[in-house]
Design a protein around this ligand. Sequence first.
Ligand code: ADP
Ligand code: ZN
Length: 721
Amino acid sequence: MNRVRLLVFNRALSVLDYSVPDGMVVEPGAVVIAPLGPRQITGIVWEPERLAGDEVPASKLRPIREVLPVPPLSAPLRRLIEWTADYYCAHMSSVARMVISSGGALGGPATMTEYRLSGAEADRLTSKRAIALEKLVGEQGTIRELGAFAGVSDGVLRGMVNAGLIEPVTVAIDRPFPRAKADHDRPDLSADQSEVADRLTQAVKDKDFAPFLLDGVTGSGKTEVYFEPVAEAIRLGRQVLVLLPEIALTEAFLTRFERRFGAAPVLWHSSLKSTERRRAWRAISDGSAQVVVGARSALFLPYANLGLIVVDEAHEVSFKQDDGVRYNARDVSVMRARFEKIPVVLASATPALESLQMAESGIYEKLDLPSRFGGAQLPSIQTIDLTQEKPGAGRWLAPPLVAALEDRLSKGEQSLLFLNRRGFAPLTLCRNCGYRFKCPNCSAWLVEHRLSRRLSCHHCGHETTPPQTCPECGEPDCLVACGPGVERIADEVAEILPEARVAIATSDTLNSPERAAAFIAQAEAGGIDVIVGTQLVTKGFHFPELTLVGVVDADLGLEGGDLRAAERTYQQIAQVAGRAGRGAKPGEVFLQTRHGDAPVIAALVDGDRDAFYAAETEARRDAGAPPFGRWAAIIISSEDDREAREAANRLGSGRPQHDDLMVLGPAPAPLALLRGRYRYRFLINARRSVELQKIIAGWLDAFQFPPGVRLGVDIDPYSFV
Ligand code: ADP
Ligand code: ZN
């Protein structure tokens, strides 16, 4: 090869041709550095026939400068990048950027300085130094890590380095990860569990594309079961990727994984430090990372030898990315498995309708775990009719739920109250003039957070301190909180049950792996009587003493009215109900509702999942909604309302005409203002037979917009705001 075509990380250029200097070996997928004008840019060598671009005459080609010391991206991964870009109407360079997600890793091996106690004696010590000397025995890390560990400032430790009490050591950044052992601590599986585990283990051995839907009720042992094919992959020296929907869940997962395999897996998520990120990236790309556990972005990493993908809680909406490349990690996982020719397991107690449909039509193989492990029973679910059983004035918990809470407390059992609203109150207004606190950047109310004494916007992060007087009419002490959030429910519990130990579990309180770990440890040790939490505590957690779940507002999720509202409500309530009665004692679940006769609520009470899915399937079929038809959204935004509106109207005038496709809009998006940008939206509904992406691309390509206008395409959208 004496000329190559590069995919570069610049949307405007995206494809460039270069020559290859004599003696340099360049294969497809290689990551290289090449000159562009006065700069040096990074690019990926691509098959020229798969990357459209203008042929540059040989005389004008500049030579590549160097090939970076990382393995070339494999052909299956290159195909995945192409497929993802095509399917989600995104740029290939944006997808490739998710693969090359550690700049540091490209530079090759490197070292860093860590510190440890030198062993030198000191005669007189400040109290802080004494603490550090005591706490840091056997520890090694960066100054910052050691400081955080010992609870002293960086300055104290630097002083100790100067005094010779602490010494620097040079270590390779990319030191190997501890090895997991396939048979470290194997559980005895039940007959049901073994059957499913054997099927999955066989699929790993077969090493061919095989998509599975692992459909098991909450507490059936899905994790123990999919650990078996994970073990097989480890035995065969192949890599495994486990995707989890939430970082808060990783702590519990890590503990279980370590118990089963004797070593921690390799973690991947957005808050890794850059050194951790490069260490993980390099181990993944050279094949030494055996099992990677991560958020959705782990899906695009350059695994050297992938043998299995597991998507846990596969129905979770957080697998859908809502900015940049708007992909759904659940769906892309299946595509990756197809390109890599390996099995993929979608595990859930409440699978997405789309996944069930794929199983029904024989595309996915369905594996069932119909009962809880160890003879535990599924909890009983009943409603509390809020129109009859009214909570007291200014209260949100109805008498039967209060009685149940009192009962659990007296027995020393745990309760969980679920309300999917962070903060104290979702709306604050002035009693005198009716003024409502609104975000200046978004069409959204400011949410009061009483613990942190803030009014904050959950969309853009805007925050203010609640004022003493109304900003509109100037009246003092006139602000009222409307509606409940978890903090308000926690206050109510504290009033009703003053002796109860109450914990709030939300992304505000469990915002780091350490805090999540502390919460789990406290709950497991019986140090919490009542947990009040958002969707964060609905899944994954296993607290055997938890026997009561109260859903504060079962109707909340149905109000949004978007396409998946009923399904999401079903999943959320079924999942949170699944936290109750996982141990020896049976669980009880109360749903507070005003619409006890709504089909979703009725199905939950009857424990009739099939009835719910059947009704939902028919509703979707009638609406031409997924999986029977397809949706796409196009959002046009600008900081200038008029500019956005005009662009939307112009685009609307060129809308595609097609018998099997309907374009709705443009209309102001439900979130008409978001982060200071005015937004207009088109919704497209199409039959499955239509080449939706091609039509959209053809439509959008014909337009040029002013630089202030942004265009976002969302294929198979989850968010309709
Ligand atoms: P799910 O993910 O289906 O809700 P888990 O995998 O969390 O269920 O299992 C529920 C509980 O039962 C966990 O504490 C798990 O360790 C335990 N468990 C499941 N199967 C077994 C088994 N075969 N042997 C021992 N414990 C098991
Ligand atoms: Zn805002």
